[in-house]
Design a protein around this ligand. Structure first.
Ligand SMILES: Cc1ncc(C[n+]2csc(CCOP(=O)(O)OP(=O)(O)O)c2C)c(N)n1
Ligand SMILES: CC(=O)[C@@H](O)[C@H](O)COP(=O)(O)O
Ligand SMILES: [Mg+2]
Length: 641
């Protein structure tokens, strides 16, 4: 169907690999760029996907594949949401309409998909570390391939990117980092680095400071020999300090730029020169997110990604509302969170909130707009977001840290070291918990229940619906004993009528929503809707199973579990999270230790913080030394003397 697979322009139609691109004359590259951009617009306007970032790097992508000898030379994309042009130029043009679809291409570079995808991505700020690893491997192999990392200004704000720059500069490794500076993250980029880059690209501060310094030096120079020398030395130092890119130079990189990232010929020439420059170097390109599609240039956050079909000229959505009666769609869970937070913050001035660069995705804008002093976008900095929250909690504030499940993986040490061990009452509002859909494995929120369950001093809860989410947030806002995680999924809630008033929920208590016999389903979180559906279907068939909304993975409602174990022969647990170590595992561990034959005793570090001592002392304290094992085994055996 033509609709499925847009027709490429005449040049693009002949490009099945970068080798075909290289056959063209440099003068033809701008035409290739125009066709590539149009092909991306044609495809995304029908099939959806990430959008603005790929449009912004069309020239960069074309120049890179023209100059570098990919896949021999290694090209590493950061995040990878901007790699659509790369996919199209590297043999995937005809499958591109399957992008992000079940069984189709991945929305991000993926090693198993193509030899041109050197490193799997989805999460930000990994490119420089990965490129450095590849460069060092190259050196160990005595090869001379080139390694290039392409990283955005947003991704550059993460600690990981700085760690890599710091290491690469010191190792003097031969890599090229291309900083694609469009002055945007998903939302407007934030932080001091953003200001620094803006200063370089607009040169306002640079020019002003240089003029002032030179004026001042002029006065010195007319003041005799000694002063002239001082002035000359000062001038050199100031020039070095004020020349664009001094931050990167301080980290050991040669800095080039800023250059126009939409001038494909300029980029080509620059890259041809840089191929021969050894050592760590950074090329600063300035681009426009959404370049070439006016609505996307105008509203860059909205067009970061588009899930619905849209008009290729106006950008107007062509999507029909999904519900059949065309009434209002239920709110998204993220919006239920965003609104409830403002309501709670209005009642309690200690409530503060932060997001690591996802104020739109996590719906933190209402809080940031209503209480600008109490809500923060901290940049792509999940580790910092968690510890920043911990600091606020240490001083008596009540932080609600809004964070996607898969991005919280970055903050695991901070959860343990900064929050749990100190028993600080941070509330984690974990969005995108469970399978997220088209973004795939890098973004599925599969592991949070498992990785949090192992940590003491954390409550782990998930509501069945939007009312549950509001009430959990309310109860958590009044709980100061330890931290509390509330997880909810990407997408829409149930559409139920919610009460204006918040209600306390009992911590660690589940609810029976349907009594039955034989089989009981125990669910955790909004995925319980499927359990209700299944129970309804069975009821129509005359079979009545039990259904329980357990609400808490930690602490487990063991009283309710005892009742359930008494009453039913079969238990089925259901969660939108990894089976291993998750809510089901918690239930299995509890029941496992109750079963009569064979009995099970799980020995290990218990669910509390263990203080210091010798290993022997501590193993003895928690009963996992030989004596502790004997205490468990002896009652179970008869020893024949
Ligand atoms: C660790 C992590 N946190 C957050 C995100 C969500 N995210 C995806 S793209 C993006 C913005 C990246 O900005 P930039 O690197 O400047 O790229 P641009 O979209 O501007 O091209 C963010 C925050 C992510 N992918 N990974
Ligand atoms: C690339 C990236 O990490 C984000 O753009 C992500 O795709 C956003 O996901 P949501 O659409 O769930 O906010
Ligand atoms: Mg950017």
């Amino acid at each position: 169907m033509e609709f499925d697979n847009p027709t490429p322009g005449p040049l693009l139609a002949e490009i099945n690999s970068p080798a075909d691109l290289k056959k063209l004359k440099p003068e033809q590259l701008q035409d290739v760029c125009d066709e590539l951009r149009q092909f991306i617009i044609d495809t995304v306007s029908v099939h959806g996907g990430h959008f603005g970032a790929s449009l912004g790097v069309v020239e960069l992508t074309t120049a890179l594949h023209y100059v570098y000898d990919t896949p021999e030379d290694l090209l590493v994309w950061d995040v990878g949401h901007q790699a659509y042009g790369h996919k199209i130029l590297t043999g995937r043009r005809d499958q591109f309409h399957t992008n992000r679809k079940y069984g189709g291409l991945s929305g991000f570079p993926k090693r198993t998909e193509s030899e041109y995808d050197t490193f799997g991505v989805g999460h930000s700020s990994t490119s420089i570390s990965a490129a450095l690893g590849m460069a060092v491997a190259r050196d160990l192999d005595k090869s001379d391939k080139k390694v290039v990392a392409v990283i955005g200004d947003g991704a550059m704000t993460a600690g990981l990117a700085f760690e890599a720059m710091n290491n690469a500069g010191a190792m003097n490794s031969d890599i090229l980092v291309i900083l694609n500076d469009n002055n945007m993250s998903i939302d407007p980029n934030v932080g001091a680095l953003k200001e620094y880059l803006a200063d370089i690209t607009t040169s306002k501060t640079f020019n002003k400071m240089r003029d002032e310094v030179y004026d001042m030096l002029g006065h010195f120079k007319s003041a005799g020999d000694k002063m002239r020398k001082v002035a000359s030395r000062l001038e050199k130092a100031m020039t070095a300090a004020l020349t664009p890119g001094s931050l990167f130079r301080a980290l050991g990189f040669k800095y080039y730029g800023p250059v126009d990232g939409h001038d494909v010929d300029g980029l080509r020439k620059m890259m041809e020169d840089l191929r021969d420059v050894k050592g760590p170097k950074l090329l600063h390109t300035v681009t426009v997110k959404g370049k070439g599609f006016a609505p996307a240039e105008r509203e860059q956050t909205k067009w970061h990604a588009s899930s619905s079909p849209f008009d290729k000229i106006t950008g107007k959505s062509l999507a029909e509302p999904k519900n059949d009666d065309k009434t209002e769609l239920p709110p998204k869970y993220q919006d239920v969170f965003g609104e409830a937070l403002v309501e709670l913050a209005a009642k309690d001035e200690n409530i503060v909130s932060m997001t690591p660069a996802m104020p739109s995705g996590s719906s933190l804008w209402p809080m940031m707009n209503t209480f600008p002093d109490r809500a923060f976008d901290v940049g792509i900095a999940e580790q910092h977001a968690v510890t920043f929250a911990a600091g606020l909690a240490a001083e008596g504030k009540k932080p609600f840290c809004a964070i996607y499940s898969s991005f919280l993986q970055r903050g695991y040490d901070q959860l343990v070291h900064d929050v749990a061990i100190q028993k600080l009452p941070v509330v984690f509002c974990i969005d995108r918990a469970g399978l997220v859909g088209a973004d795939g494995p890098t973004h599925h929120g599969a592991y949070d229940i498992s990785f949090m369950r192992a940590i003491p001093n954390m409550i782990i809860s998930s509501p069945l619906n939007e009312q549950g989410l509001r009430d959990m947030m309310y109860t958590a806002s009044r709980y100061d004993e330890a931290s509390w995680a509330i997880r909810y999924p990407r997408g829409r809630a149930t559409g139920m009528d919610t009460k204006d008033k918040f209600e306390d929920i009992e911590i660690g208590k589940g609810v029976c929503l349907r009594e039955g016999e034989g089989v009981a389903i125990l669910s955790f979180g909004p995925i319980g809707k499927y359990a209700m559906e299944a129970a309804d279907t069975l009821a129509e068939e005359g079979a009545h199973i039990g259904y329980y909304d357990m609400r808490f993975a930690k602490p487990l409602d063991t009283d309710l579990l005892d009742e359930i174990c008494e009453r039913y022969d079969h238990i089925i647990t259901l969660e939108d999270g990894a089976r291993m170590g998750g809510f089901g595992s918690a239930v299995a561990e509890y029941i496992g230790e109750k079963v009569k034959r064979p009995t099970l005793k799980i020995m290990g570090i218990p669910d509390r913080i263990i203080e210091h001592g010798t290993q022997r002392e501590l193993h003895a304290e928690i009963g996992i030394d030989a004596k502790g094992i004997l205490e468990q085994v002896r009652p179970l055996i008869t020893v024949n003397a």
